[in-house]
Design a protein around this ligand. Structure first.
Ligand code: ARG
Length: 320
């Protein structure tokens, strides 16, 4: 087993046994057990600061804290975007839609009164490869609308307007959030939502991410980001969650938490799914997310004819 598979296996463990990892986190999150490493070197945030963030929870576990296995982002009332590796495995059956639910509008896991939304379909990318974690992206089609409210449940924009060959550029600041592990050395899962500001480290054309061996980081489909000075990073349990970039006031989804060797290791940055590479796939699975959805080409042509010439009624008047 390579180092890579050992570390990645660590995150599959969190996904497949959320109860065990959640329990460990709960113990260290108890009051009195002071853990100021709000992390990995992030800070507590309110869901209204990252209202596109949702948790993927196991339907069979009623306590949200124990049930949380991955993060995800709201794209619309009915569509959630996350990582394929949360549901598709090399060595065990894939997760079924009935096994998971979505928790939206929540800052603290395990508080009473939260309500969950059922998932109708898990659509993992057909080229997702569990052995390399390449093409690590999945859409969740909700069984009922998530209930957008403009404050704690809001969609994040997809980068349809961005130039995929150059966006996001190296050094672009980005925010990663989630309920994943807050410690790089032990299990310390928070109940409170955390976020950290990291930097995009490589432009879309750069082939090297930190010290990852050539070939493991695939620039076409992956994005490399971290904060190197104090060591901010995503970690186990954050998978599927958003890497968000603010573009002229609009928060835009640049990446999906995917993998890394350990967490906040200065040699090994966080690796994210590069969202700009999957816009066509997203549009094909969820056509209503396409900004051009509903535009009727025939109608447009007719409109053009009318505006280029005389309005129909005037033509009629003129020939009378
Ligand atoms: N695979 C992990 C998960 O399932 C995410 C790992 C992210 N690691 C990192 N160093 N950024 O939660």
């Amino acid at each position: 087993m390579s180092l890579n598979s050992v570390i990645k296996w660590g995150c599959f463990l969190v996904v497949s046994i959320p109860i065990a990892s959640g329990l460990a986190g709960f113990v260290s999150a108890q009051p009195g057990n002071k853990d100021d490493d709000r992390i990995i070197n992030g800070q507590e945030v309110s869901i209204s600061q990252v209202p596109w963030q949702v948790a993927v929870v196991s339907s069979s576990e009623p306590n949200d804290f124990y049930a949380q296995s991955c993060g995800a982002s709201i794209l619309s009332e009915n569509w959630i975007l996350t990582a394929a590796h949360c549901f598709v495995f090399a060595d065990q059956p894939n997760t079924a839609a009935a096994d998971i639910e979505i928790l939206a509008g929540v800052t603290t896991l395990g508080e009473s009164g939260s309500s969950r939304t059922s998932v109708q379909q898990i659509i993992a990318h057909p080229s997702y490869d569990p052995s390399t974690t390449n093409n690590d992206i999945a859409l969740l089609k909700l069984a009922a609308p998530v209930g957008l409210n403009g404050t704690s449940k809001k969609p994040i924009a997809l980068p349809f307007e961005q130039l995929t060959a150059t966006w996001p550029a190296a050094n672009t600041p980005a925010t990663v959030s989630g309920w994943g592990n807050t410690s790089a050395t032990e299990s310390a899962y928070p109940q409170a939502l955390m976020a950290a500001e990291v930097d995009v480290l490589t432009s879309p054309s750069e082939t090297q991410c930190g010290s990852y061996p050539t070939g493991e980081y695939v620039p076409d489909t992956m994005l490399c980001a971290a904060e190197m000075t104090v060591g901010k990073d995503a970690c186990q349990g954050d998978s599927g969650g958003p890497l968000a970039v603010e573009v002229a006031g609009t928060w835009t989804l640049a990446g999906i938490v995917s993998w890394g060797y350990g967490c906040a290791d200065p040699q090994y940055p966080g690796v994210y799914t590069r969202v700009t590479s999957f816009l066509d796939w997203i549009k094909s699975e969820a056509p209503e997310l396409d900004p051009d959805y509903g535009d009727n080409e025939e109608e447009e042509e007719e409109e053009e004819e009318v505006t280029n010439g005389l309005p129909v009624w005037l033509l009629y008047e003129a020939t009378k």
